[in-house]
Design a protein around this ligand. Structure first.
Ligand SMILES: N[C@H](CCC[C@H](N)C(=O)O)C(=O)O
Length: 265
């Protein structure tokens, strides 16, 4: 079986052209093994590209634990780049993902812009003012680091604190992804973000639905569209319109999506 490896700002994926529907998506152990960085190919997730009536293609996403997951923003952008590589699309597309239909376009410089679902207003999470929750196709807890905490994002214990919030009973049974954000002195500058991802059960170099949630939450702290986000794996941009009810529409996630190598299993 042929596979391709893609990454979007360091969030990486095993990509499979499964239009023949030959891949057993119920084989959780196989998917987990393919994503395992020591005994397998290594990735944060695995994506099947499949045919779907009325759409250019369907994207089926699995976390590194082998389980089907909610929407993956970086994976969606990489699947669009893969569809273009396969000659399925040119520079615009309408495809189906687990959270519904998505439009996307590929810019001349290779930037992939993905339209995300409309997002409800941020909800308070935890006890203080520094924690909010949004669902951007995947669930995201966001913690704005308070300088009074005494440490910045670079030395923050993303794994430990992220793990605790991800498994907090308040998020039972599905859990959540967890994002840690440093408020920049100038909100027009990139907002630094680090993410603990559910289903990877570790920090990833970036998370597309995560930075989307952060950008929307940051609009309550002086950020205006488009918001630039600085992840460990590179810069992403999120644009949006704020709705009168506090929600968001016309939400777009933009950034690079790169084919790294291909191989045969
Ligand atoms: N781990 C996420 C799904 C992948 C999200 C992330 N890779 C992205 O780019 O949005 C979850 O279980 O909700």
């Amino acid at each position: 079986m042929q596979f391709h490896k893609y990454q979007g700002t360091g969030n990486d994926f095993v990509m499979i052209d499964d239009r023949a529907r030959a891949f057993d998506e119920t084989d959780q152990a196989l998917i987990a093994r393919l994503c395992y960085r020591r005994f397998g190919i290594g990735a944060d997730g695995l994506i099947l590209l499949r045919n779907k009536p009325d759409f250019d293609f369907e994207m089926v996403y699995f976390n590194a634990d082998g389980r089907p997951s909610s929407m993956c923003g970086n994976g969606g952008r990489c699947t669009v780049a893969f569809a273009k590589f396969l000659g399925l699309i040119s520079d615009q597309t309408h495809f189906l993902a687990v959270d519904g239909p998505h439009d996307a376009r590929v810019e001349p410089d290779g930037t992939v812009r993905l339209r995300m679902i409309d997002v409800a207003a941020p909800q308070r999470a935890g006890v203080g003012e520094n924690d909010v929750f949004l669902h951007t196709g995947s669930p995201h807890h966001i913690h704005f680091i308070d300088p009074a905490e005494g440490h910045g994002l670079a030395e923050f214990n993303v794994y430990g604190t992220g793990h605790d919030i991800r498994y907090d009973p308040a998020y039972d049974p599905a859990g959540t992804n967890v994002n840690f954000v440093e408020v920049p002195a100038d909100p027009a500058q990139p907002w630094p973000v680090r993410t603990y991802e559910r289903g990877v059960e570790d920090e990833t170099l970036s998370c597309g639905t995560g930075v989307t949630a952060v950008a929307l939450a940051a609009s309550q702290r002086g950020a205006t569209s488009p918001v630039r986000l600085q992840t460990m794996g590179g810069e992403l941009e999120v644009s949006f319109e704020q709705l009168p009810n506090g929600g968001f529409a016309n939400v777009w996630l933009s950034g690079p999506a790169t084919r790294v190598f291909e191989g045969t299993l």
